[in-house]
Design a protein around this ligand. Structure first.
Ligand SMILES: C[S@@+](CC[C@H](N)C(=O)[O-])C[C@H]1O[C@@H](n2cnc3c(N)ncnc32)[C@H](O)[C@@H]1O
Length: 370
């Protein structure tokens, strides 16, 4: 295993279940580390010449690069194994979660002071109509009353998927934003922080230690994720307020928060959804507040092969909006969202996030970073 911290809510695997999880992690490590370097040679030596011969010109777009690569047998094998490994990962973790659910259910805190669920909340189509990244039931699927299954599934599986890169508590995305704030907004001392699309609170928890005087709220559209987030935060001794909300239409009044953050949320929303999320994140900012959205970087600086590989999940991993995010023109979208031209709008791959995840920070707010 790649060093995930054990805490009371983490689903406990029996030895055979644990062995299957370890196998999936090793296979994934081989695919993304061991085999991936072959993409370049496959493209240059076989896929590109074959495409040229067939079409009479070199690939012009990432879609051409995809077409070229998908005709190559070695790349077909890699792509197929990547998809199969993804499905195996969910299966391996879900069998442990399902047998551990009775124990997990007993860990639900008695006090619901920090958890507000809204069963009648309308979910956007992208959050309800597909099993995102092949996750069975996606985030919001429920199999029983008081269900926290998808939260448990996500907590364990994302550590396998990311091969531990996000740290023992899958917390690194939050830490990177905090470091960015310390260096680029040294005067920002937030008293109220909102984490939109907080999931099980992986990235939310570091804000508690970094800003001990702040009131921290995590919102998510999926009730099982929030039930798990609430139980996990409570087991780890943290006081965070979790509320079921659609980030596209937040119920908070204007000017409620000093800092609004999201971590790996926006690649899972549609273009319209993303426009609405940017608008809402800005609307709820206090004057001088900052919104920072952390997710994949754009296609800029990537050649066609790299663009296709960055876009692979759109076609083979039920992540239909990955390409949309990479195509994003942040300034144009903020204008469309009605955010005034006077707002600071910055996209940066600096500060370690790119190194860890290949992504970027999108900063929209009432003050400019240093
Ligand atoms: C990839 S997970 C990221 C979770 C968390 N931020 C993290 O860093 O681990 C995306 C989360 O966003 C939530 N989500 C997607 N669309 C949403 C929306 N419109 N409003 C609120 N939450 C949303 C999903 O339910 C899911 O929990």
């Amino acid at each position: 295993m790649s060093g995930q911290a054990v805490h009371p809510l983490l689903p406990q695997a029996k030895p055979d279940e644990g062995a299957r999880q370890d196998f999936v992690e090793s296979l994934r490590r081989h695919l993304v580390g061991g085999m991936a370097p072959s993409h370049r040679a496959v493209y240059d030596r076989r896929a590109l010449p074959a495409f040229r011969k067939a079409r009479g010109h070199a690939p012009k777009t990432r879609h051409d690069a995809r077409a070229a690569m998908l005709r190559d047998p070695l790349h077909q094998a890699w792509s197929s194994l990547m998809r199969t490994t993804q499905e195996m990962m969910w299966d391996a973790v879900d069998e442990a979660v399902m047998q551990d659910l009775p124990r997990l259910g007993k860990l639900t805190p008695r006090s619901m002071k920090n958890l507000t669920l809204r069963p009648a909340l309308d979910k956007p189509r992208y959050a309800a109509a597909l099993d995102v990244h092949c996750m069975p039931g996606s985030y919001a699927g429920e199999v029983a009353d008081g269900d926290l299954r998808t939260g448990a599934l996500y907590d364990r599986a994302v550590h396998i998927y990311m091969l531990g890169v996000l740290g023992p508590y899958n917390q690194k995305a939050g830490e990177i934003v905090i470091n960015y704030i310390r260096r680029r907004f040294p005067d920002l001392k937030p008293k109220s922080i909102l984490d939109v699309g907080c999931g099980v609170g992986h990235a939310t928890l570091p804000y508690v230690e970094a800003f001990p005087d702040a009131k921290i709220t995590g919102v998510d559209v999926a009730a099982p994720m929030l039930r798990y987030a609430h139980a996990r935060a409570s087991a780890l001794g943290h006081d965070i307020n979790f509320v079921q909300e659609n980030a596209e239409a937040l119920s908070f009044p204007d000017r409620s928060f000093d800092l609004v953050v999201s971590h790996i949320l926006i690649h899972e929303t549609s273009r319209t959804g993303l426009t609405n999320i940017l608008r809402e994140s800005y609307r709820v900012l206090k004057p001088g507040g900052v919104a920072i959205h952390v997710d994949g970087a754009g296609f800029a600086g990537k050649d066609l092969l790299e663009q296709y590989l960055a876009d692979w999940d759109t076609y083979f991993n039920a992540e239909p909006f990955v390409g949309t995010l990479h195509d994003l023109d942040l300034k144009a979208l903020t204008r469309k969202a009605g955010i005034p031209a006077s707002a600071a709008i910055v996209e940066t791959t600096a500060d370690g996030y790119a190194r860890h995840t290949g992504g970027s920070l999108k900063v929209v707010g009432g003050r400019k970073p240093r």
